[in-house]
Each structure stands twice: as C-alpha cells, then as structure tokens.
Design a protein around this ligand. Structure first.
Ligand SMILES: [Zn+2]
Length: 112
C-alpha cells in the first residue's frame, strides 16, 4: 500500500501500489490529486540531499585545512626568519666582542 498526504487538505491517504501515478479525487476534500509513484517522493528526496550537502562540506573542510596549513607554514617561515635574525644578531655581537678583545690584546702587546 502507498501512503501519502493530500496536497490540498493534508489528509493522510493510502492506495494500492498499482494506483501510483494515477489521479484520484481526494475522499477528504474531493479535489483531484495524483497518487505518488511506488517510491514516495518524500522518502526518495531525503537521502539524496545529505550526499549533495556533504560534498560542499568536504570542500569547505579541505579549504579550511589548506588555509590552516598555509597559515601554519607562513607562521613557521616567519619564526624561522626571526630565528635567523636572532642568530645573525648574536653572530654580530660575538664578532664585535672578538674585535674589541683583539684590539685590547694589540694594545697590551704594543704597551709591553
Ligand atoms: Zn484532500
């Protein structure tokens, strides 16, 4: 048996499956209506939209993941460049200290 609702008065109706697709007069409001085919529209429509919705969600998830990954990549590059800058400063400081010590040593040698 097919179970369906009248589109006019929303009365729940039932008809044998072989009558699916045929037009009848609703026993509730007597308006003509088409009996839905063997697979009710409401049931066949519900499983499909989640599949269609899940794909954009996947794309959104992938895009978000890529955005997060690229953000992390940019952050790590920035951190690396900061570390490089710090290392360069340390090397400069060490070089200045070494020069000063060398100058002091030269003065000591000249003085003696
Ligand atoms: Zn009706």
């Amino acid at each position: 048996m097919l179970r369906f609702n009248c589109p006019s008065c929303n009365k729940q109706l039932s008809a044998p499956e072989e009558k699916g697709g045929t037009t009848i007069k609703c026993p509730g409001c007597t308006k003509p209506m088409t009996i839905p085919a063997a697979v009710p529209i409401a049931q066949s429509a519900t499983p499909e939209p989640p599949k269609k919705k899940s794909k954009p969600l996947m794309i959104v998830a992938v895009v978000l993941l890529l955005a997060v990954l690229s953000y992390l990549l940019v952050q790590s590059i920035r951190d690396n460049s900061k570390m490089m800058d710090d290392a360069g400063k340390r090397i400069d400081e060490a070089a200045i200290k070494a020069k000063k010590q060398q100058e002091e040593n030269m003065r000591r040698i000249k003085g003696e």
